[in-house]
Each structure stands twice: as structure tokens, then as C-alpha cells.
Design a protein around this ligand. Structure first.
Ligand code: GTP
Ligand code: MG
Length: 199
């Protein structure tokens, strides 16, 4: 049976000084624009429209906190790699993203979403490298799995893992998802529960 979660929108922040001041932990979702972060938030919570989804990249501009089961926050972050996000954006990753990921004490675990259909993208590899250099705990979620055959999906994940193994002694936790088919929901929710209590 599908796990039910209680979810409600808490707040949107344009600076990290605005994130909730309580002691609840954040589990956040990041990745390139359009990879499916907001869709995954809706799929995990079971509430369509909770996070705003769009076919146009750059939809999520703020840090969005959703309170889950009154006990932790699921955080939908803006995407990176979208050229026209903001004129003040310096470098590859906006200040909002780097401030949150590198400086926000609430962040407990970060899921990096990558499109399961694509070859490893340089920008994702650089983002992951930055996480490693800064000791940020993370896992990878391969999204849009419904768009590939099982064989192609397996091939892509294998080659991505091999690429990561060139840089990492130990691979991060890896998940496969489809927000269309609700694939990966139970595994990701179970992992989050474990991560909140054990790490
Ligand atoms: P930004 O907020 O712009 O960074 O994008 P995002 O990563 O939040 O992506 P979003 O969830 O808005 O989804 C982008 C597009 O991909 C939308 O058209 C979604 O319907 C589609 N999409 C997301 N997840 C899936 C999936 O699992 N399968 C399929 N087929 N389409 C998906
Ligand atoms: Mg979004």
C-alpha cells in the first residue's frame, strides 16, 4: 500500500535568512532546470499542484519549504544550468543555490536529480564535485524513467555510475524515479525516514 504523507506549503525564500527558523531538518531537491524537481515533490507528497511544474525551464525561482508530517521539510530548489534565470547570477550556480547548499544549517540531505535519458552532463558533475569538496551528504535520483526502456535505463545508470566511480571511492545512494508512473516513491520515502533518524 502507498505510504501517505501529510504535506503543506510553509514558505518561499529569496534569501537564506528567510528560511524557517525552527530546528526541523531539510531534505532538499536540486538539479538542472526542467529535470523534474517540482514534479517529484508532488509525486512524493501525493498532492498535484503543491509545487509548481512547468515545461518551461526556470519555473522555480525561490527556495520552497513544504512541511511534511509536522516533522521535517521537503525543499524544492530552483534549477541550475538555465542561462536566463537572473542577470545577477554569477558563475554557474546562483548565489541562492550556493548559499543554501553550502551555508544553511537546516540542510540535512540533498538529492541531486539527473535526467535518466542523458549522458552525464558536465554541469551536474561539477555540482556533485562541489558537494564532495564541501562534505555535503547527497544522493542521486535519475528522473523521467518512464521515457526509457528498462534496458536503456539500466545501461544509462551503469555508465553514469562508472563515470562517478572515476571520482568517488564509494558511490552515493542512487534512486530511479518517474513522477508519471510514481516509480521510486516508496524507496525514496523510506530512505528519507532512515536518514532523518540515523544520520
Ligand atoms: P525548474 O523549476 O524549472 O527548475 O524545473 P523542475 O526541475 O522543477 O521541473 P518540473 O517538475 O517543473 O518538470 C519539468 C517538465 O518535465 C514538466 O513538463 C513535467 O511534466 C516533466 N516531467 C517531470 N517529471 C517527469 C517524469 O517523471 N516523467 C515525464 N514523462 N515527465 C516529467
Ligand atoms: Mg521546479
Amino acid at each position: 500500500m502507498a505510504t501517505t504523507v501529510k504535506a503543506k506549503f510553509k514558505c518561499s525564500s529569496e534569501r537564506i535568512s528567510q528560511v524557517p527558523k525552527d530546528t526541523l531538518k531539510d531534505i532538499a531537491f536540486i538539479g538542472r532546470s526542467n529535470v523534474g524537481k517540482s514534479s517529484l515533490v508532488n509525486m512524493l507528497t501525493g498532492i498535484n499542484g503543491l509545487a509548481k511544474v512547468s515545461g518551461t525551464p526556470g519555473k522555480t525561482r525561490l527556495i520552497n519549504h513544504f512541511l511534511i508530517n509536522e516533522s521535517w521539510y521537503l525543499v524544492d530548489l530552483p534549477g541550475y544550468g538555465y542561462a536566463r534565470v537572473s542577470k545577477s547570477t554569477r558563475g554557474e550556480f546562483s548565489k541562492l543555490i550556493t548559499d543554501y547548499v553550502l551555508k544553511c544549517d537546516k540542510l540535512h540531505f540533498l538529492f541531486v536529480l539527473v535526467d535518466s535519458r542523458l549522458e552525464p552532463q558536465k554541469i551536474d558533475l561539477r555540482f556533485i564535485e562541489m558537494l564532495g569538496e564541501n562534505g555535503i551528504p547527497f544522493g542521486i535520483i535519475f528522473t523521467k524513467a518512464d521515457k526509457l526502456s528498462q534496458a536503456q535505463l539500466n545501461r544509462n545508470i551503469k555508465s553514469y555510475s562508472q563515470r562517478l566511480a572515476e571520482q568517488w571511492e564509494e558511490l552515493p545512494p542512487i534512486f530511479i524515479s518517474s513522477s508519471e508512473k510514481r516509480t521510486g516513491r516508496e524507496e525514496i520515502l523510506a530512505f528519507i525516514e532512515e536518514c532523518l533518524t540515523e544520520c
